[in-house]
Design a protein around this ligand. Structure first.
Ligand code: AMP
Length: 298
């Protein structure tokens, strides 16, 4: 089944202990689409400025991502800059320039409206609401971030009330619910709307909660993490892409989907930017999926 994503496309400047990447391709919708395109046809809805390099468009097209909903607007592309320290689970945002996103109102082309799976990647909740009004999807996933929890909580709660699954970091759970305990946090989020809650714990893996059903997985162990930027979005892309490929969202499928998310996200961490997640094939994912199974079965 087809999958639509709405989110940021960016030029990212990222510093990690292993180097610096200046104005590389980034954005939540970018990492998500490149990951999900390994599973199903993806419709990307986002905006860029006139300064957006053609080579990035070519990369997205090379993965067969449908760019009918990618608007080229007057002005500059969204920019984000961040720095990681030795502990790669935490980063500082150094700069956010909304640029074309200040004027953006997502318009879903007909095929993107009809896609049965929708992911609201990280953008302003007001824009996520505009997308929900246009989409006919039957399974809707959501991501957000501390910025929106702190500054746009009312609108974010309206979005939460309309989605099936929330994918969120452990630190954001506490910010959103006031709960430090992740199970209590998941319960509080379920009351806000989403029936399924996925909590990411960085290098410590993630947790899937749906009512009384609970599933936990570790992260895929990497010897070297070069740049974790976009790992969360790639995780979401693997998760939603796999579900859309199956056309099934039973708890059993959700369990396998978070392993796919985990595996795909691990590739993203191996290089700066989305190069690695763009380069992988279904076979690479299948191999690492099997390895992960061996590492976790007992
Ligand atoms: P992740 O590492 O998965 O949390 O996502 C990193 C991506 O999020 C980067 O490529 C950024 O361009 C993008 N990003 C950072 N801040 C924002 C924001 N305020 N709105 C939308 N996207 C953002």
């Amino acid at each position: 089944m087809e999958l639509t994503v709405v989110g940021s496309v960016a030029l990212d400047t990222v510093e990690t202990p292993l180097g610096k990447n200046v104005e590389g391709l980034g954005g939540a919708a970018t990492f998500f689409s490149l990951a999900a395109a390994n599973y199903v046809p993806v419709h990307m809805v986002a905006c860029v400025g006139q300064d957006f390099p053609d080579e990035h468009v070519s990369l997205l097209k090379s993965k067969q991502i449908n760019l009918e909903g990618l608007e080229v607007m007057e002005g500059n592309t969204f920019r984000w800059a961040g720095r990681y320290h030795q502990d790669m689970n935490n980063r500082d945002t150094l700069d956010t320039q909304l640029n074309v996103f200040e004027q953006f109102h997502p318009k879903l082309p007909a095929a993107a409206q009809q896609a049965p799976f929708l992911f609201l990647a990280n953008i302003h909740p007001a824009l996520q609401l505009e997308v929900l009004e246009q989409s006919k999807a039957t399974f809707k996933g959501l991501d957000t971030m501390n910025l929106w929890i702190e500054s746009e909580l009312d609108q974010l709660k309206k979005v939460l009330a309309q989605v099936d699954a929330l994918i969120i970091n452990d630190s954001e759970v506490e910010l959103l619910t006031g709960e430090r305990n992740l199970m209590k946090g998941a319960r509080a989020i379920e009351k806000m709307g989403p029936r399924t809650v996925v909590i990411k714990k960085g290098e410590h893996g993630c947790l899937l909660v749906q009512g009384e059903q609970i599933f936990i997985v570790p992260a895929f162990l990497l010897e070297e993490v070069v740049d974790p930027t976009g790992a969360g979005d790639s995780f979401a892309g693997g998760f939603m892409g796999y579900l859309a490929q199956l056309g099934d969202t039973s708890f059993d499928s959700l369990k396998k989907a978070i392993v796919h998310g985990t595996v795909v996200a691990s590739f993203t961490c191996e290089k700066f930017g989305p190069d690695q997640v763009a380069a992988i094939t279904e076979q690479d994912i299948a191999r690492r999926f099997e390895l992960f199974k061996q590492m976790t079965a007992f």
